[in-house]
Design a protein around this ligand. Structure first.
Ligand code: FAD
Ligand code: UDP
Length: 378
């Protein structure tokens, strides 16, 4: 492998690194090298075709593209079209299935009542008022102030315990604000104007971006193993974990990781939806993914489907980092790493690992486009 001729080296072939590399390659017209320690491009958005069923599966969990940003949409649709999939999530609690996020249908089924949309606000306010605290200081207090204790206990407490392995009282209130709560019967998980799954799948979308003649990809290549080969005047765009870059000088940042358990079923539809959450604390998995539902336009053969049970746990050693834990100690460490990274010459830090931040795909693309505009383009 020869990196000597490159003025731009991107570490990580995920969405952030790929977006920056594409801009360098086509806007600046310059060669760019991408190194990734994995054996595939696409980072956590990667997809593969399941060998038994032919169904396209998202290796690191279900990924739905959704955005309200025209700039992001215009950029990504140069490389793929999207199908008409609209994400809907159901949740299983006490042997019954309900729409998630909590909406009017969830409330009516759960309480066995028949409220109209105009009545739901007053009902939920009265429920929440019983246990409400003035200034919710953690996830539990925040959730109860939004939906009341019974709905919290049923749909949020158990799921959150499993996802974070800690009492919701120990989690920041913001985590729950990612989850919408509706007074209508709206079941779409996202409300953005542009949504879907790449028609040819994520793997093909990344292949199309990386096809540019100026982009040179080196897989199975850890940056730290080739660091010495990088020319001193090259600009490095680093999208790996920021703590690892600095050899964990201030300590490791905590992440949650996910394990998946694959099962093939001799039926064409196992659960009737792409993602089923499991709210019961006694069921060990958090959700089940059934990927055939993400491509309603495809003619997958009947008589076989594949599912992935998702289990959440603390990341250790070589485990893949998925969700930043963000304890107060993490937030303090991150600030130390952030200050240190600003003093590093010729290295730019980006992406979800470089910034220790949960980023949706569209936010990732926008951040990469802005980094290119502000710090790379000449
Ligand atoms: P990554 O995709 O993680 O890419 C980073 C790359 O860097 C990896 O390929 C890694 O191998 C490589 N790397 C790291 N260290 C090194 C090193 N030392 N040397 C070489 N290479 C290295 N977003 C949505 O918009 N919709 C969704 O439905 C959605 N679902 C998600 C579900 C889950 C379970 C998770 C965790 C995230 C989800 N996301 C979703 C977010 C999405 O995955 C991210 O926005 C996206 O992956 C960020 O891209 P990235 O390039 O920053 O990181
Ligand atoms: N959550 C919950 N019940 C659910 C789904 C989510 O309590 O059925 C909570 C949980 O605390 C989770 C947070 O809402 O961490 C954010 O959920 P989201 O669906 O955004 O998580 P993701 O899809 O990113 O895993």
């Amino acid at each position: 492998m020869d990196l000597s001729g490159f003025k731009y080296i991107v570490v990580g072939a995920g969405l952030f690194g790929t977006t920056v590399a594409e801009r360098i390659a086509s806007d600046m017209g310059l060669p760019v090298a991408i190194v990734d320690r994995r054996d595939h491009i696409g980072g956590n958005c990667h997809s593969v075709t399941d060998a038994d069923t032919g169904i396209e599966c998202h290796v690191y969990g279900t990924h739905i593209f959704h955005t309200k940003r025209r700039r992001v949409w215009d950029w990504i649709t140069q490389f793929t079209q999207f199908n008409s999939y609209r994400h809907k999530v159901l949740t299983r609690y006490d042997g019954r299935v309900f729409p998630m996020p909590i909406n009017l249908t969830t409330i009516n089924s759960f309480y066995g009542i028949d409220l109209a949309p105009s009545e739901v606000e007053a009902f939920v306010l009265a429920e929440a008022a019983r246990d409400r605290v003035e200034e919710p200081a953690n996830l539990e207090e925040k959730a109860i102030s939004l939906v009341g204790r019974p709905l919290y206990e049923a749909f949020i407490r158990g799921y959150t315990l499993k996802q974070w392995e800690t009492d919701p009282k120990n989690l920041p209130a913001e985590v729950i604000t990612r989850l919408p709560f509706r007074h209508s019967r709206e079941v779409d998980y996202f409300t953005d104007p542009w949504q879907g799954i790449p028609l040819g799948g994520y793997a093909e979308m990344f292949k199309a971006i990386h096809a540019h003649e100026n982009i040179h990809v080196f897989l199975n290549t850890d940056y730290f193993a080739v660091r010495d080969m990088i020319p001193a005047d090259a600009t490095v765009i680093y999208t790996g974990p920021v703590d690892r870059y600095f050899e964990n000088r201030f300590g490791e940042l905590a992440w949650r990781t996910i394990d998946f358990e694959r099962e093939v079923h001799p039926v064409s539809d196992y659960q009737g939806t792409s993602v089923m959450n499991y709210a019961d604390p006694d069921t060990p998995w958090t959700r089940i993914h059934e990927y055939r539902h993400l491509h309603p336009e495809r003619d997958y053969k009947a008589g076989g489907t594949v599912t992935f049970k998702e289990f959440s746990r603390h990341a250790a050693g070589q485990d893949d980092p998925y969700y930043p834990v963000n304890t107060p100690a993490d937030i303090e460490r991150l600030e130390q790493y952030r200050q240190l990274s600003e003093t590093e010459t010729n290295v730019l830090f980006g992406g979800r690992l470089g910034g220790y931040k949960y980023l949706d795909m569209d936010t990732t693309i926008l951040a990469a486009l802005e980094m290119f505009d502000e710090k790379i383009k000449r």
